[in-house]
Design a protein around this ligand. Structure first.
Ligand SMILES: Nc1ncnc2c1ncn2[C@@H]1O[C@H](COP(=O)(O)OP(=O)(O)OP(=O)(O)O)[C@@H](O)[C@H]1O
Length: 229
C-alpha cells in the first residue's frame, strides 16, 4: 500500500530532512508517526502527496511508483488520498455542506450522488445538524470533523493526517482520534503525524519514531514515551 525504500530528501538550503527512510505500511493499518520537531515527519507526508520529490530512493503508493508519475497524473493520484491538517483548511465563505460537496464537485460527481454522500459523511462525523453552519460558527473540534468528512467523501483508501489534533483541547483530540479509528475499522489505511503523547499511549497502535530524518523505532501496539524519549 505504502512502500518507501531508502528515501532521502535534501532541501535547496542544504538541510537533509530525510536520511534513508525505509517504511512499509500494509492495507488497513493504523500508524502513528512521531518524533521531535524537525525530525522529518511533514516532509514525509509531503513526499507521499507528491508535493515534493525525493532526492533519492523510491516511493510506491497504491502500487504506483511516484518517482515515475507524470505531473498530469498527480491530481488523479491525490484523489485516492484523504488529507487533514492541523489548521483544518476549510473554505471560510462556504457552509459545512458546501465544503464537503466542493470536494465531490471537483471530481465531477453527479449532483444526485453528492446529495446522498454529503449527509452520509456528516452523520459519520456527528455533524448532521450543522450542515448550514459556516466554519467560524464551529468549534475547532467541529471544524476538524468537517475537514475529515471532506477528506473522506471521495472514498480514499489512505488517510494522511498531519497533526490533526494540534489545535484541539484534550477532549476534542480524543474524539477526533476515535473517529480516525472508526474510519480505519471501516477499511481505510490511516497515517497520523502527531505530538500527542497521551493519545498515542492510549491507542496502542503501530508507532514509527523519527529522529533527525531516520526511523529510530517501529513497533506494533506501542506507546509514545517508551519509544520517543
Ligand atoms: N521548505 C523547506 N526548506 C528548507 N528546509 C526545510 C523546509 N521544510 C522543512 N525543512 C527542514 O527540514 C527538516 C525537517 O522538517 P519537517 O517539517 O519535515 O519536520 P517535522 O518533523 O514535521 O517537524 P514539526 O514536528 O516541527 O512539524 C527541518 O530541519 C526543517 O527546518
Amino acid at each position: 500500500m505504502i512502500d518507501l525504500q531508502n528515501v532521502t530528501k535534501s532541501y535547496a538550503t542544504g538541510v537533509q530532512a530525510l536520511n534513508g527512510i525505509t517504511l512499509h505500511v500494509d492495507k488497513g493499518e493504523f500508524v502513528f508517526i512521531v518524533g521531535d520537531s524537525g525530525s522529518g515527519k511533514s516532509t514525509l507526508i509531503k513526499l507521499l502527496l507528491k508535493e515534493l520529490e525525493p532526492t533519492s530512493g523510491s516511493i510506491k503508493v497504491n502500487g504506483i511508483n511516484l518517482n515515475k508519475m507524470k505531473s498530469k497524473a498527480i491530481p488523479k493520484y491525490r484523489r485516492k488520498l484523504g488529507v487533514v491538517f492541523q489548521d483544518f483548511r476549510l473554505l471560510k465563505d462556504r457552509n459545512v455542506y458546501e465544503n464537503i460537496a466542493f470536494a465531490q464537485r471537483v471530481i465531477a460527481t453527479p449532483s444526485k450522488d453528492i446529495r446522498k454522500n454529503v449527509p452520509k459523511m456528516l452523520s459519520l462525523v456527528g455533524l448532521a445538524e450543522k450542515y448550514k453552519s459556516f466554519p467560524k460558527q464551529l468549534s475547532g473540534g467541529e471544524q476538524q470533523r468537517v475537514a475529515l468528512a471532506r477528506a473522506l467523501v471521495n472514498r480514499p483508501n489512505i488517510l494522511l493526517a498531519d497533526e490533526p489534533t494540534g489545535n484541539l483541547d484534550p477532549k476534542n483530540s480524543r474524539e477526533i482520534m476515535k473517529l480516525l479509528e472508526t474510519i480505519n475499522e471501516r477499511g481505510t489505511t490511516v497515517l497520523v503525524v502527531t505530538h500527542n503523547q497521551e493519545i498515542v499511549d492510549q491507542m496502542k497502535k503501530r508507532v514509527v519514531v523519527m529522529h533527525k530524518g531516520v526511523i529510530v523505532s517501529d513497533e506494533r501496539k506501542a506507546g509514545y514515551k517508551q519509544n520517543a524519549d
